[in-house]
Design a protein around this ligand. Structure first.
Ligand SMILES: NC(=O)c1ccc[n+]([C@@H]2O[C@H](COP(=O)([O-])OP(=O)(O)OC[C@H]3O[C@@H](n4cnc5c(N)ncnc54)[C@H](O)[C@@H]3O)[C@@H](O)[C@H]2O)c1
Length: 356
Protein backbone atom coordinates (compact mmCIF):
# COMPACT_ATOMS: atom_id res chain seq x y z
CA UNK A 1 0.00 0.00 0.00
CA UNK A 2 2.82 2.44 0.75
CA UNK A 3 2.30 5.44 3.02
CA UNK A 4 -0.83 6.58 1.28
CA UNK A 5 -3.65 4.25 0.24
CA UNK A 6 -4.61 4.52 -3.43
CA UNK A 7 -8.21 5.62 -3.91
CA UNK A 8 -10.20 5.64 -7.15
CA UNK A 9 -13.19 7.94 -7.49
CA UNK A 10 -16.14 6.44 -9.38
CA UNK A 11 -18.75 8.97 -10.47
CA UNK A 12 -17.70 12.35 -11.61
CA UNK A 13 -20.15 14.98 -10.55
CA UNK A 14 -20.39 14.96 -6.78
CA UNK A 15 -17.28 12.79 -7.08
CA UNK A 16 -15.16 15.76 -8.20
CA UNK A 17 -15.03 16.95 -4.60
CA UNK A 18 -13.17 13.76 -3.62
CA UNK A 19 -10.91 14.12 -6.65
CA UNK A 20 -9.98 17.56 -5.32
CA UNK A 21 -9.37 16.25 -1.80
CA UNK A 22 -7.20 13.38 -3.04
CA UNK A 23 -5.20 15.45 -5.52
CA UNK A 24 -4.96 19.02 -4.15
CA UNK A 25 -4.92 17.99 -0.47
CA UNK A 26 -3.34 14.56 -0.74
CA UNK A 27 -0.94 15.19 2.17
CA UNK A 28 -3.75 16.30 4.47
CA UNK A 29 -6.14 13.46 3.64
CA UNK A 30 -3.33 10.90 3.57
CA UNK A 31 -4.47 9.15 0.38
CA UNK A 32 -3.58 9.37 -3.31
CA UNK A 33 -5.82 9.46 -6.33
CA UNK A 34 -5.52 6.19 -8.29
CA UNK A 35 -8.07 6.82 -11.06
CA UNK A 36 -11.28 8.54 -11.96
CA UNK A 37 -14.12 6.62 -13.47
CA UNK A 38 -17.43 7.57 -15.03
CA UNK A 39 -19.72 6.76 -17.91
CA UNK A 40 -18.57 9.75 -19.92
CA UNK A 41 -15.35 11.73 -19.87
CA UNK A 42 -15.76 14.48 -17.30
CA UNK A 43 -16.12 17.84 -19.00
CA UNK A 44 -14.46 19.54 -16.07
CA UNK A 45 -11.56 17.13 -15.72
CA UNK A 46 -9.37 18.98 -13.29
CA UNK A 47 -5.93 20.13 -14.30
CA UNK A 48 -4.73 19.17 -10.85
CA UNK A 49 -4.50 15.45 -11.60
CA UNK A 50 -2.59 15.11 -14.89
CA UNK A 51 -1.70 11.55 -15.78
CA UNK A 52 -4.37 10.02 -13.55
CA UNK A 53 -6.00 7.18 -15.50
CA UNK A 54 -9.58 7.61 -16.62
CA UNK A 55 -11.91 4.62 -16.95
CA UNK A 56 -15.51 4.17 -17.97
CA UNK A 57 -15.84 0.60 -16.62
CA UNK A 58 -15.26 0.48 -12.88
CA UNK A 59 -14.83 -3.31 -12.80
CA UNK A 60 -12.04 -3.10 -15.38
CA UNK A 61 -10.49 -0.29 -13.36
CA UNK A 62 -10.62 -2.35 -10.14
CA UNK A 63 -9.12 -5.42 -11.86
CA UNK A 64 -6.33 -3.51 -13.57
CA UNK A 65 -5.35 -1.05 -10.83
CA UNK A 66 -6.38 -2.90 -7.67
CA UNK A 67 -6.85 0.32 -5.68
CA UNK A 68 -6.95 0.10 -1.88
CA UNK A 69 -10.29 1.85 -1.86
CA UNK A 70 -12.95 3.50 -3.98
CA UNK A 71 -15.24 6.45 -3.44
CA UNK A 72 -18.56 5.48 -5.05
CA UNK A 73 -20.41 8.66 -6.05
CA UNK A 74 -22.78 6.98 -8.47
CA UNK A 75 -26.58 6.89 -8.84
CA UNK A 76 -28.41 5.37 -5.89
CA UNK A 77 -29.74 2.35 -7.80
CA UNK A 78 -26.23 0.96 -8.36
CA UNK A 79 -24.97 1.45 -4.79
CA UNK A 80 -25.38 -2.25 -3.97
CA UNK A 81 -23.86 -3.46 -7.25
CA UNK A 82 -20.72 -1.34 -6.89
CA UNK A 83 -20.28 -2.21 -3.20
CA UNK A 84 -20.60 -5.91 -4.04
CA UNK A 85 -18.07 -5.71 -6.88
CA UNK A 86 -15.55 -3.85 -4.71
CA UNK A 87 -16.09 -6.05 -1.65
CA UNK A 88 -15.53 -9.29 -3.54
CA UNK A 89 -12.16 -7.88 -4.65
CA UNK A 90 -11.33 -6.86 -1.06
CA UNK A 91 -11.45 -3.14 -1.91
CA UNK A 92 -12.60 -0.64 0.74
CA UNK A 93 -15.67 1.50 -0.08
CA UNK A 94 -16.72 5.02 0.82
CA UNK A 95 -20.28 4.92 -0.53
CA UNK A 96 -22.23 8.11 -1.09
CA UNK A 97 -25.48 8.59 0.75
CA UNK A 98 -28.20 7.39 0.78
CA UNK A 99 -26.88 3.91 1.47
CA UNK A 100 -29.27 2.80 -1.29
CA UNK A 101 -32.52 3.76 -2.95
CA UNK A 102 -34.42 0.89 -1.32
CA UNK A 103 -34.28 -0.91 2.02
CA UNK A 104 -33.84 -4.22 0.19
CA UNK A 105 -30.60 -2.95 -1.36
CA UNK A 106 -29.55 -1.42 1.95
CA UNK A 107 -29.91 -4.81 3.66
CA UNK A 108 -27.89 -6.48 0.90
CA UNK A 109 -25.14 -3.91 1.49
CA UNK A 110 -25.23 -4.54 5.27
CA UNK A 111 -24.87 -8.31 4.62
CA UNK A 112 -22.15 -7.90 1.99
CA UNK A 113 -20.03 -5.60 4.17
CA UNK A 114 -20.37 -7.82 7.21
CA UNK A 115 -19.47 -10.99 5.27
CA UNK A 116 -16.44 -9.53 3.53
CA UNK A 117 -15.38 -7.24 6.40
CA UNK A 118 -14.05 -4.54 4.08
CA UNK A 119 -13.49 -1.03 5.49
CA UNK A 120 -16.79 0.65 4.66
CA UNK A 121 -18.41 3.99 5.39
CA UNK A 122 -21.52 5.73 4.07
CA UNK A 123 -20.90 9.32 2.99
CA UNK A 124 -23.05 11.20 5.46
CA UNK A 125 -20.26 13.74 5.31
CA UNK A 126 -21.89 16.27 7.65
CA UNK A 127 -20.81 14.00 10.51
CA UNK A 128 -17.39 15.52 9.73
CA UNK A 129 -18.68 19.10 9.78
CA UNK A 130 -16.94 21.19 12.45
CA UNK A 131 -20.14 23.21 12.83
CA UNK A 132 -22.48 20.25 13.20
CA UNK A 133 -20.06 18.64 15.64
CA UNK A 134 -20.04 21.86 17.63
CA UNK A 135 -23.85 21.83 17.76
CA UNK A 136 -23.76 18.18 18.85
CA UNK A 137 -21.30 19.06 21.62
CA UNK A 138 -23.37 22.03 22.82
CA UNK A 139 -26.51 19.91 22.95
CA UNK A 140 -24.65 17.02 24.61
CA UNK A 141 -23.12 19.35 27.22
CA UNK A 142 -26.58 20.25 28.55
CA UNK A 143 -26.04 23.94 27.80
CA UNK A 144 -29.51 24.14 26.21
CA UNK A 145 -31.06 22.02 28.96
CA UNK A 146 -33.32 19.19 27.82
CA UNK A 147 -34.04 19.43 24.11
CA UNK A 148 -37.74 20.26 23.80
CA UNK A 149 -37.86 20.66 20.05
CA UNK A 150 -36.12 21.43 16.80
CA UNK A 151 -37.24 23.35 13.75
CA UNK A 152 -35.45 22.39 10.53
CA UNK A 153 -35.70 23.91 7.06
CA UNK A 154 -34.23 22.70 3.78
CA UNK A 155 -35.78 25.18 1.38
CA UNK A 156 -33.89 25.88 -1.82
CA UNK A 157 -34.16 26.11 -5.56
CA UNK A 158 -32.25 23.74 -7.81
CA UNK A 159 -31.41 24.73 -11.39
CA UNK A 160 -33.85 23.53 -14.07
CA UNK A 161 -31.19 21.42 -15.82
CA UNK A 162 -30.64 19.45 -12.60
CA UNK A 163 -33.84 17.56 -13.42
CA UNK A 164 -32.64 16.40 -16.84
CA UNK A 165 -30.79 13.51 -15.14
CA UNK A 166 -33.29 10.64 -15.14
CA UNK A 167 -32.40 8.87 -11.87
CA UNK A 168 -32.86 12.11 -9.90
CA UNK A 169 -36.54 12.24 -10.87
CA UNK A 170 -37.23 8.51 -10.61
CA UNK A 171 -39.28 7.34 -7.66
CA UNK A 172 -37.39 5.21 -5.11
CA UNK A 173 -34.06 6.28 -6.66
CA UNK A 174 -34.12 10.07 -6.64
CA UNK A 175 -36.24 12.96 -5.33
CA UNK A 176 -35.30 15.42 -2.58
CA UNK A 177 -36.31 13.10 0.26
CA UNK A 178 -33.63 10.58 -0.73
CA UNK A 179 -31.11 13.06 -2.07
CA UNK A 180 -31.37 16.00 0.37
CA UNK A 181 -33.66 15.33 3.34
CA UNK A 182 -31.67 12.21 4.16
CA UNK A 183 -28.83 14.54 5.23
CA UNK A 184 -31.06 16.56 7.56
CA UNK A 185 -32.60 13.43 9.04
CA UNK A 186 -29.13 12.01 9.64
CA UNK A 187 -28.10 15.32 11.27
CA UNK A 188 -31.07 15.09 13.63
CA UNK A 189 -30.25 11.52 14.63
CA UNK A 190 -26.62 12.57 15.08
CA UNK A 191 -27.28 15.63 17.24
CA UNK A 192 -30.50 14.86 19.15
CA UNK A 193 -30.88 11.08 19.09
CA UNK A 194 -32.98 8.31 17.59
CA UNK A 195 -36.33 9.05 15.99
CA UNK A 196 -39.37 7.13 17.23
CA UNK A 197 -42.14 8.17 14.83
CA UNK A 198 -43.07 10.56 12.04
CA UNK A 199 -46.20 12.05 10.52
CA UNK A 200 -45.74 13.62 7.09
CA UNK A 201 -47.19 15.12 3.92
CA UNK A 202 -45.47 15.56 0.56
CA UNK A 203 -46.45 17.45 -2.56
CA UNK A 204 -45.37 17.88 -6.17
CA UNK A 205 -47.27 21.01 -7.21
CA UNK A 206 -44.15 22.86 -8.42
CA UNK A 207 -43.05 20.50 -11.21
CA UNK A 208 -45.69 17.79 -11.25
CA UNK A 209 -43.03 15.05 -11.55
CA UNK A 210 -43.26 11.53 -10.09
CA UNK A 211 -40.96 12.59 -7.26
CA UNK A 212 -41.93 15.08 -4.56
CA UNK A 213 -40.79 18.69 -4.70
CA UNK A 214 -41.89 19.70 -1.20
CA UNK A 215 -42.84 18.09 2.06
CA UNK A 216 -43.30 18.47 5.80
CA UNK A 217 -42.75 16.02 8.62
CA UNK A 218 -43.48 16.11 12.32
CA UNK A 219 -40.93 14.11 14.23
CA UNK A 220 -41.03 12.47 17.65
CA UNK A 221 -37.66 11.51 19.11
CA UNK A 222 -37.20 8.60 21.52
CA UNK A 223 -35.95 11.03 24.19
CA UNK A 224 -39.22 12.97 24.06
CA UNK A 225 -38.03 15.89 21.90
CA UNK A 226 -40.28 17.00 19.04
CA UNK A 227 -39.30 18.29 15.63
CA UNK A 228 -40.80 19.97 12.60
CA UNK A 229 -39.15 19.68 9.22
CA UNK A 230 -40.02 21.40 5.96
CA UNK A 231 -38.24 20.90 2.65
CA UNK A 232 -38.53 21.87 -0.98
CA UNK A 233 -36.15 21.98 -3.93
CA UNK A 234 -38.26 24.47 -5.87
CA UNK A 235 -38.40 27.63 -3.79
CA UNK A 236 -35.88 30.50 -3.81
CA UNK A 237 -35.03 30.46 -0.13
CA UNK A 238 -31.79 30.99 1.76
CA UNK A 239 -32.73 28.52 4.46
CA UNK A 240 -30.96 25.30 3.57
CA UNK A 241 -27.92 23.69 5.11
CA UNK A 242 -25.48 24.03 2.23
CA UNK A 243 -25.93 27.81 1.79
CA UNK A 244 -26.03 28.51 5.52
CA UNK A 245 -23.14 26.26 6.59
CA UNK A 246 -20.82 27.65 3.88
CA UNK A 247 -18.78 24.47 3.76
CA UNK A 248 -19.09 23.87 0.03
CA UNK A 249 -18.15 26.70 -2.37
CA UNK A 250 -20.55 25.26 -4.97
CA UNK A 251 -23.43 26.92 -3.09
CA UNK A 252 -23.85 30.65 -2.74
CA UNK A 253 -23.13 31.44 0.93
CA UNK A 254 -25.55 33.27 3.25
CA UNK A 255 -25.42 34.37 6.89
CA UNK A 256 -28.67 32.66 7.83
CA UNK A 257 -29.85 29.75 9.91
CA UNK A 258 -31.53 26.53 8.87
CA UNK A 259 -31.83 24.64 12.18
CA UNK A 260 -33.20 25.94 15.50
CA UNK A 261 -32.63 23.75 18.55
CA UNK A 262 -34.85 24.61 21.53
CA UNK A 263 -33.94 23.48 25.05
CA UNK A 264 -35.64 24.25 28.35
CA UNK A 265 -32.65 26.46 29.30
CA UNK A 266 -31.53 28.02 26.01
CA UNK A 267 -31.90 28.00 22.24
CA UNK A 268 -29.26 27.40 19.57
CA UNK A 269 -29.55 28.86 16.08
CA UNK A 270 -27.51 26.84 13.60
CA UNK A 271 -25.10 27.38 11.88
CA UNK A 272 -24.62 30.98 13.05
CA UNK A 273 -24.11 29.38 16.48
CA UNK A 274 -26.12 31.95 18.36
CA UNK A 275 -27.21 30.80 21.81
CA UNK A 276 -30.06 32.78 23.34
CA UNK A 277 -31.55 32.49 26.80
CA UNK A 278 -31.39 34.31 30.09
CA UNK A 279 -28.45 34.92 32.40
CA UNK A 280 -27.80 36.77 35.69
CA UNK A 281 -28.06 40.13 33.91
CA UNK A 282 -31.56 39.22 32.71
CA UNK A 283 -32.81 39.38 36.30
CA UNK A 284 -34.96 36.31 35.77
CA UNK A 285 -35.76 33.80 33.10
CA UNK A 286 -39.20 34.41 31.67
CA UNK A 287 -40.64 36.23 28.66
CA UNK A 288 -40.65 39.62 30.38
CA UNK A 289 -36.85 39.53 30.81
CA UNK A 290 -34.12 40.70 28.42
CA UNK A 291 -32.39 37.89 26.56
CA UNK A 292 -28.75 37.02 26.82
CA UNK A 293 -27.19 36.38 23.41
CA UNK A 294 -23.90 34.64 22.86
CA UNK A 295 -22.30 34.08 19.48
CA UNK A 296 -19.92 31.17 19.54
CA UNK A 297 -17.18 31.39 16.89
CA UNK A 298 -17.82 28.48 14.59
CA UNK A 299 -14.96 26.92 12.69
CA UNK A 300 -15.35 26.42 8.96
CA UNK A 301 -13.94 23.24 7.53
CA UNK A 302 -14.59 21.20 4.40
CA UNK A 303 -16.21 18.01 5.73
CA UNK A 304 -15.43 16.10 2.51
CA UNK A 305 -11.71 16.46 3.32
CA UNK A 306 -12.34 15.18 6.85
CA UNK A 307 -14.39 12.27 5.57
CA UNK A 308 -11.79 11.31 2.95
CA UNK A 309 -9.03 11.52 5.58
CA UNK A 310 -10.98 9.26 7.94
CA UNK A 311 -11.62 6.76 5.14
CA UNK A 312 -7.89 6.61 4.38
CA UNK A 313 -7.16 6.09 8.09
CA UNK A 314 -9.69 3.24 8.19
CA UNK A 315 -7.83 1.54 5.33
CA UNK A 316 -4.45 1.98 7.02
CA UNK A 317 -5.51 0.99 10.52
CA UNK A 318 -8.25 -1.55 11.26
CA UNK A 319 -8.71 0.00 14.73
CA UNK A 320 -10.10 3.17 13.10
CA UNK A 321 -13.84 2.65 12.98
CA UNK A 322 -16.37 3.79 10.40
CA UNK A 323 -18.20 6.95 11.44
CA UNK A 324 -21.28 5.80 9.51
CA UNK A 325 -21.70 2.05 9.20
CA UNK A 326 -24.07 0.34 6.77
CA UNK A 327 -26.50 -0.48 9.62
CA UNK A 328 -26.43 3.07 10.93
CA UNK A 329 -27.11 4.56 7.48
CA UNK A 330 -29.95 2.04 7.03
CA UNK A 331 -31.71 3.52 10.07
CA UNK A 332 -31.55 6.97 8.45
CA UNK A 333 -33.04 5.44 5.29
CA UNK A 334 -35.78 3.82 7.38
CA UNK A 335 -36.84 7.26 8.64
CA UNK A 336 -37.16 8.42 5.01
CA UNK A 337 -39.24 5.32 4.26
CA UNK A 338 -41.40 6.06 7.32
CA UNK A 339 -42.00 9.58 5.98
CA UNK A 340 -43.05 8.07 2.64
CA UNK A 341 -45.37 5.56 4.30
CA UNK A 342 -46.94 8.26 6.42
CA UNK A 343 -47.69 10.38 3.35
CA UNK A 344 -49.34 7.39 1.65
CA UNK A 345 -51.39 6.19 4.62
CA UNK A 346 -52.07 9.51 6.32
CA UNK A 347 -51.08 8.08 9.69
CA UNK A 348 -48.25 8.30 12.17
CA UNK A 349 -45.56 5.75 11.34
CA UNK A 350 -43.22 4.28 13.96
CA UNK A 351 -39.70 3.63 12.70
CA UNK A 352 -39.81 0.13 14.22
CA UNK A 353 -42.57 -0.79 11.75
CA UNK A 354 -40.21 -0.29 8.82
CA UNK A 355 -38.52 -3.56 7.93
CA UNK A 356 -35.84 -4.22 5.34
N1 LIG B 1 -22.94 14.02 0.03
C1 LIG B 1 -23.50 14.93 -0.75
O1 LIG B 1 -23.64 16.09 -0.36
C2 LIG B 1 -23.96 14.55 -2.13
C3 LIG B 1 -24.21 15.56 -3.06
C4 LIG B 1 -24.61 15.17 -4.36
C5 LIG B 1 -24.76 13.83 -4.64
N2 LIG B 1 -24.52 12.89 -3.69
C6 LIG B 1 -24.68 11.46 -3.99
O2 LIG B 1 -23.68 11.11 -4.93
C7 LIG B 1 -24.20 10.13 -5.84
C8 LIG B 1 -24.06 10.67 -7.27
O3 LIG B 1 -24.87 11.83 -7.38
P1 LIG B 1 -24.61 12.87 -8.59
O4 LIG B 1 -25.62 13.93 -8.42
O5 LIG B 1 -23.16 13.17 -8.67
O6 LIG B 1 -25.03 11.94 -9.84
P2 LIG B 1 -24.81 12.22 -11.40
O7 LIG B 1 -25.82 11.40 -12.12
O8 LIG B 1 -24.69 13.67 -11.68
O9 LIG B 1 -23.36 11.60 -11.64
C9 LIG B 1 -23.18 10.20 -11.50
C10 LIG B 1 -21.81 9.82 -12.01
O10 LIG B 1 -21.74 8.39 -11.95
C11 LIG B 1 -21.28 7.90 -13.22
N3 LIG B 1 -21.86 6.57 -13.42
C12 LIG B 1 -23.17 6.23 -13.49
N4 LIG B 1 -23.29 4.90 -13.66
C13 LIG B 1 -22.03 4.39 -13.72
C14 LIG B 1 -21.48 3.10 -13.90
N5 LIG B 1 -22.27 2.02 -14.02
N6 LIG B 1 -20.14 2.97 -13.91
C15 LIG B 1 -19.33 4.04 -13.75
N7 LIG B 1 -19.80 5.29 -13.57
C16 LIG B 1 -21.12 5.46 -13.56
C17 LIG B 1 -21.77 8.91 -14.23
O11 LIG B 1 -20.99 8.87 -15.43
C18 LIG B 1 -21.53 10.21 -13.47
O12 LIG B 1 -20.19 10.61 -13.56
C19 LIG B 1 -25.63 9.86 -5.41
O13 LIG B 1 -25.65 8.76 -4.55
C20 LIG B 1 -26.01 11.11 -4.64
O14 LIG B 1 -27.02 10.86 -3.68
C21 LIG B 1 -24.10 13.24 -2.45
Amino acid sequence: MGDKPSIAVVGYRHGWKFVDSLSLKSDFVGGKLAAICGRSLPQNKPANCPGVPIYSDYKKMMDELKPDGIVAAVPNDIHYEITYEAAKRGIAVLLEKPIAGTLEDAQKIVDCVSTTNIPFMVGHHRRFSAKLNMAKEIIGSGRLGRVVGVNVMWMSRKPNEYFNVEWRVTEKVGGPLLINSIHDIDDLRYTIGEIEAVQAFIGNMIRGLDVEDAGVAIIKFKNGALGSYIFSDGTPSMHFYEACAQEDPFFHPVEEDCYFFFGDKAQLSFPTMKITGYNEKSGGSDWTRPFSVENIPAPRFNPIDGETKHFCEMIKDSDVKSRCTASDATITLKVIEAIRLSTKTGRTVHIDEIKC
